[in-house]
Design a protein around this ligand. Structure first.
Ligand SMILES: N=c1c2ncn([C@@H]3O[C@H](COP(=O)(O)OP(=O)(O)OP(=O)(O)O)[C@@H](O)[C@H]3O)c2ncn1[C@@H]1O[C@H](COP(=O)(O)O)[C@@H](O)[C@H]1O
Length: 113
């Protein structure tokens, strides 16, 4: 659980209080909270309840990957950063859908040091 999680899975909306090194953990905690609570109007919740099932997020990952590649080919660094953020967010949603988490990702990356 993140330091800012109140124990009930509630994460503060004001992410400016989150230190840079905790951003991925906070984002993942928000995704997990949306998965549990399924609040109305939440884009994340809509991915968990989509009629296409996991294909909805898989398609998004494909789209965002293509957009990141095109931005890289254009040397558009702002766009590359923006599309990379979209990609990472959707990847984290996919991990959550599969009951994996950001610690699994961290452990896999650490094993490669
Ligand atoms: N990091 C993200 C994030 N990154 C991308 N997205 C959404 O992912 C979608 C990306 O789709 P596209 O790029 O295809 O853009 P689009 O607006 O759908 O347009 P089209 O391409 O369909 O025409 C957009 O709807 C973005 O809003 C995100 N939605 C949510 N988050 C995080 O999740 C938190 C909770 O969000 P909700 O679940 O909406 O409450 C937010 O506070 C953010 O921290």
């Amino acid at each position: 659980m993140s330091d800012l999680d109140d124990g009930d899975g509630n994460v503060p909306d004001n992410a400016r209080t989150v230190p840079d090194e905790a951003v991925l953990d906070e984002l993942f905690a928000t995704i997990e909270s949306r998965k549990r609570e399924l609040p109305e109007g939440s884009y994340t919740a809509s991915l968990f309840t989509h009629e296409k099932g996991e294909n909805a997020v898989l398609e998004k990952i494909g789209e965002e990957t293509t957009e990141a590649i095109l931005a890289a080919k254009d040397d558009d660094l702002d766009e590359l950063t923006y599309e990379s953020a979209d990609l990472v967010y959707h990847l984290l949603v996919l991990l959550s859908m599969k009951d994996l988490d950001v610690d699994d990702l961290r452990a896999e990356l650490r094993d490669r040091f």
